[in-house]
Structure formats: C-alpha cells, structure tokens
Design a protein around this ligand. Structure first.
Ligand SMILES: [Zn+2]
Length: 478
C-alpha cells in the first residue's frame, strides 16, 4: 500500500514527512501504522530496497526522496563535462574552471549550473545538498552552506615526496581486489564532515586528486590519506615530537568504520584486507617500499619478501604493526600470569557447541552476519564460524561475551530460551578452564608421544596464551 503511494507521488521527487503522516492517519484503523516507530521501520524497509531514500537523523529525517534517479541526475549535472559547461556558463566560466581544478563549488556557481538544465533542483537545493553530503558525494566547507567541496572534480596532482621530512608512523594499506570507483573521494568528504580540519600549505588546503591531509582535533597529529590503483593508504605524522601509538589506533578505527560503511553502500561484496608497507617511507610510492599483507607479520622479524633482490632488508614486525594493532593477549592474563578469563575464540568455540537449539540461519540473522554458502561439515563448525565472523566485525575493545548474551536474550524465542545460561556458566567457570587445558595437554602428550613442541605451541596460541609459550621457549633454550 505504501509502495503504491510512493509510486504515485514519485513525480513530486521529494516529500515532507508530514504528508506521509497525514496519509497514514487517513487510512482505515485496521491497516494504518500505529506508532512513529512503525513508520520509521517501514521507511527503513523502502530505503533498503532502494525504493526511496530516507535517513532517520537530524537535518535529513523531515524529508523523503521519492525519485532516486532525479537526485542522481542533480549530481551528474553538477559534475557536467567541460565542453557542455563552457558553452552555457560563459559568465561564470572562470569560476567553473576553478571548480574543475580544485573541486570547490560556490552556491552561485551551483545555481548557474543547475539553471542550464533545471529540473526542480534549485527549488529543492536546501534539501538535496544534505542528502548528497550524507552520500559522501560532497562536503560543505562552511556553516552557512554557501560553499562545498566536490572531491571527484579535484585535479590537483599529489607529489609523493611532499610530507617525508616529518616524524611519522608506519604506513597501513587497505587493499581492495578492485578499488570501488569514488570510494576514496567519499572517504575524504566523510573525513571533512567529522570534522577534520584540512592541513594547510600557505593559503591553500592540502587536498589533492589522489591524497588529502587532515589535522586531528588535538592539533598535533596529522593524517595523510592517499590512493593507488588498488589501495587506500594511511600514515600519521607530527611536525614536532613523536607520533603517539594510541592516537594512531584511534585514527585507524575511525577510518575502518568509514570504509566499512562506504563499502556497504557500494555493493554487498566489496571486501578489503589490511596490509602494511615494508618501510615507514614510500607513501603511495611503490618504488620506495612494498606492500605486504598482514598475515606475514606473525614472526618477530623476517626478510622483506617483496623488495627487489639488490635492496633486501630486514623487517621487525613490531616496529611496523605497533601503530595499528592493539596488543590483545595480555588482556586475559593478570600480573602473575594467571588466566583471568579465557580467550574469546575459546569461548565462542564452547558456545558454538552449546547452542544446539538454534538453527545457524537464525543465529546468523540475530548477529547480523552473512552465512557461508558452502556449509562446513558439522553444524558446530558452522555456528563457530558465524560467531567468529561476528566477533571480527565488532570493535576489539568490546566485551564480546556480554554483548553476545544481550543479543541472544533480545532474540529469545521458544525452546531457545535457556541458551544464555550456558554462556554465563562458561564465564563463571573461566578460571577452572586453565586447569582443564593443562590436564588435556598432559593427557594428549601421554597418548601421542610424537607430539612436537610446535603442536603444543599451536594449541596454546589458539587460546591466546602466548605468555606460556614464551615461558616454555625460555626453558627449552636453557
Ligand atoms: Zn621491502
């Protein structure tokens, strides 16, 4: 019924939320939506299936965009090609040239561009622009909404050696199979909205076609973002003093979140992997250093696998990864080295075996993760993978167990009503688990005399007891 209503009103292009509320109010009692939450859920649904555009947040939630193509055309018009623009914009030609070089768009030029082919854009300007900003197509550059930055119009070249003289972190790379077109530009527009101030070069801002430099709110750390054909790179530098590691990790978390949101708005299956440059130099410059995937950094040090034969060098993993990865293993162990709680993986493994009342599909839906297409051999493994995927999706600072209990409780139904108790039991038994692990290892060793040190270490690593591995190594060496 609402679908038909939206279709009928599509020629209006946009609609006030009040009109929709009035329409709902006039419906017969048995079919009308009863609460504002119901209406919000309905709007979210039609937004998700791309029938309308609606964001339930300040400045945007008063309005529903009914015609998505119309909004897309409004933006296409702004970034119109040069020939077209020069013919029609003679009076504003120099202004347009500046826009076509820097991406800076004034409200006057915007009106002039839209006047050429006005399709209701000018009348709805105040409504269209916040939506375009929300979509990451542009960012406003002042509080009065008189000037915007449109990243895809920026043609200023970035010189890779520009910021190499400052103390800096290592370089982290977000690797995509294919970099989705526009994702870097949207990342920059979104960073401006945080707002992160743009690093200045005299009276110009350091914002280029393939790179952008921002100043963190602390006015000390600066953030260098750049793109290559397949990666987005990030480096943090200071003009004085030292780069703070915790600050880098916070910046990474911010960028992670923005990229996850952006890649979801492109296609469902856009995935990226984390990698690092083999040296702290060579930002967006493949001549000076190479990109090495995260999983290679498990050894304390190793020889660079990617630099050319005549320029081989040693990589000390910690020097590169310390800026971006939190040390996690310590969390589960107190000062005396006693286990205070088991590792999250270990708990998820136990939980996956206890949740037998719940079909994998329901578990996946409750946690908001996709199911794997090729299901593994057993259902416990299937559930473990769903839980593990969910864990990876969450912030590393989160208390996963608490959150899991909360989610499962919220989704409780019928027979599954008791499963959160299992999890609480596991948590209560946490300290006893260490004892059981030790006995299990001892028994395994008795039964399999061929078990080697590596096997034991692997088992210990699985439960994040690297401290025990270190202790064993020290004993074995002496
Ligand atoms: Zn190298």
């Amino acid at each position: 019924m609402f679908e038909k209503y939206f279709q009928e009103k599509k020629s209006l292009r946009v609609m006030n939320i009040e009109s929709l509320l009035a329409f709902n109010e006039a419906l017969p009692q048995e079919i009308k939506l009863q609460t504002i939450e119901d209406i919000s859920v309905m709007l979210q649904f039609f937004h998700d299936i791309r029938e309308i555009l609606y964001y339930n947040q300040e400045f945007l939630n008063k309005l529903i965009i009914l015609d998505l193509q119309w909004l897309a055309d409004a933006f296409k018009n702004v970034i119109t090609d040069k020939n077209h623009a020069e013919e029609d914009l003679l009076e504003d030609a120099s202004e347009w040239d500046k826009f076509n070089e820097t991406g800076e768009l004034s409200v006057e030029l915007l009106s002039a561009i839209w006047k050429m082919n006005n399709n209701g854009y000018i009348e709805h300007k105040d409504e269209i622009m916040p939506y375009m900003e929300k979509l990451g197509l542009l960012a406003s550059m002042d509080d009065q909404f008189q000037k915007w930055y449109v990243p895809c119009m920026n043609k200023i070249p970035f010189h890779t050696g520009s910021f190499t003289d400052y103390p800096a972190s290592s370089i982290i790379c977000y690797m995509f199979d294919v970099l989705p077109s526009g994702i870097f530009q949207r990342l920059v527009a979104t960073c401006m909205q945080i707002p992160w101030e743009i690093f200045s070069d005299g009276d110009r801002g350091c914002i280029y076609q393939t790179a952008a430099v921002f100043v963190l709110q602390d006015q000390h750390h600066n953030i260098l973002l750049g793109m290559t054909e397949t990666e987005i790179q990030l480096q943090v530098f200071v003009t004085d003093g030292e780069v703070d590691i915790a600050t880098c990790q916070q910046i990474k978390e911010t960028i992670d979140n923005i990229l996850c949101n952006l890649s979801n708005t492109f296609q469902k299956n856009v995935k990226f992997h984390v990698a690092f440059k083999c040296k702290p130099v060579g930002f967006c410059d493949s001549e000076k250093s190479a990109v090495i995937i995260d999983s290679k950094f498990t050894r304390a040090d190793f020889q660079c696998p990617s630099c050319p034969a005549r320029r081989k060098h040693k990589i000390i993993s910690k020097d590169i990864t310390k800026y971006w990865k939190k040390e996690q293993q310590q969390k589960n162990v107190d000062k005396e080295g006693n286990l205070t709680r088991p590792s999250t993986e270990f708990i998820l493994n136990v939980v996956s075996r206890k949740l037998h009342g719940i079909p994998s599909s329901i578990l996946a839906a409750s946690l908001g993760v996709d199911m794997e297409e090729n299901s593994p051999i057993c259902i416990e493994e299937d559930r473990f993978r769903i839980l593990y995927k969910w864990k990876c999706k969450c912030s590393s600072n989160m208390d996963h167990l608490k959150e899991l209990v909360k989610i499962l409780r919220e989704n409780e139904q019928g027979e599954a009503a008791d499963y959160h108790k299992y999890i609480e039991q596991i948590e209560a038994n946490a300290t006893k688990i260490e004892d059981r692990i030790y006995r299990a290892l001892l028994k395994t060793k008795e039964e399999c005399p061929n078990l080697c040190r590596l096997d034991i270490c692997r088992a210990l690593k699985f439960i994040e007891r690297n401290d025990v591995i270190d202790e064993l190594n020290a004993q074995w060496e002496s």
